[in-house]
Design a protein around this ligand. Structure first.
Ligand SMILES: C[S@@+](CC[C@H](N)C(=O)[O-])C[C@H]1O[C@@H](n2cnc3c(N)ncnc32)[C@H](O)[C@@H]1O
Length: 231
């Protein structure tokens, strides 16, 4: 099983300090919600974020949306070979049941995440497809959720290796594998994630998007795991 972690994802509710900003209030009013109950979204709250710490990278729920769509729909997941975890900038951990079907529509996804932040579980405690837990540093996530696994951190500027070669080498080594992808649009990991990784690698000399990197990892792991039965 491959554990894929989207780390330090820019997924959060509107912070208290931004709740009175005119663009935040207007957007919340349009949706008939209290500002602090809405997801921070750079495409809507860009004015508020322009002058806010780390504002150039915050409010990117779309990265988590793409990551979950790609992972949950993959054949790797359908064949029981993938575990997805989302870690957030505020050290929450979202556990994802492999049977979850994430809505394609971004606005509906936003609503689901707001419900998750409010109730900590969706759709319900009886059928907990997504569960949010607080107090998980990335170090703690890797210690507990990747215990015994080989941890590869993907990072622009890591040791260069092609995705196919990386997957072949990891498969040949045997054992469980865990891959960490940054869930932010620019900049670097805020924690010293490479200190608790077994390898820090780069797939390409250029910066790649979250979904491109996730696609490469999943597709090449599918190849080495032999999940497609056709010759
Ligand atoms: C949009 S990037 C963030 C940009 C940032 N400069 C970086 O790569 O550290 C989000 C994540 O995609 C992955 N990524 C981006 N470019 C990559 C590359 N060339 N090789 C491997 N992973 C990459 C990393 O996990 C990164 O944290």
């Amino acid at each position: 099983v491959l554990t894929l972690i989207l780390a330090e994802s820019e997924l959060e509710l509107v912070p208290e300090e931004l709740k009175s900003h005119p663009s935040v209030r207007a957007a919340a009013r349009r949706r008939d919600k209290r500002p602090v109950r809405t997801l921070l979204d750079a495409s809507v709250h860009h004015d508020a974020l322009s002058d806010y710490p780390d504002g150039e990278r915050r409010g990117r729920p779309d990265l988590t949306h793409f990551f979950l769509l790609l992972g949950l729909d993959s054949v790797l997941n359908r064949t029981g070979n993938l575990r997805l975890l989302v870690h957030t900038r505020n050290d929450e951990l979202i556990r994802v049941d492999p049977a979850t079907r994430i809505m394609r529509n971004y606005n509906r996804f936003t609503g689901l995440m707001e419900q998750l932040f409010r109730n900590h579980v969706v759709p319900s405690e009886r059928t907990p497809l997504l569960r949010l837990e607080e107090g998980w540093t990335l170090k703690h996530v890797l210690e507990k959720e990747a215990a015994g696994a080989h941890v590869t951190v993907l990072k622009e500027g890591g040791s260069p290796v092609a995705p196919a070669k990386w997957a072949a080498e990891r498969a040949a080594a045997g054992g469980d594998a865990c891959v960490v992808i940054g869930g932010f649009p620019k900049g670097d990991y805020r924690s010293d994630v490479t200190a608790f990784a077994d390898a820090t690698v780069s797939f390409h000399e250029d910066p790649l998007s979250v979904w491109t990197v996730a696609m490469e990892v999943i597709a090449h792991w599918e190849a080495v795991a032999g999940v497609f039965e056709r010759a």
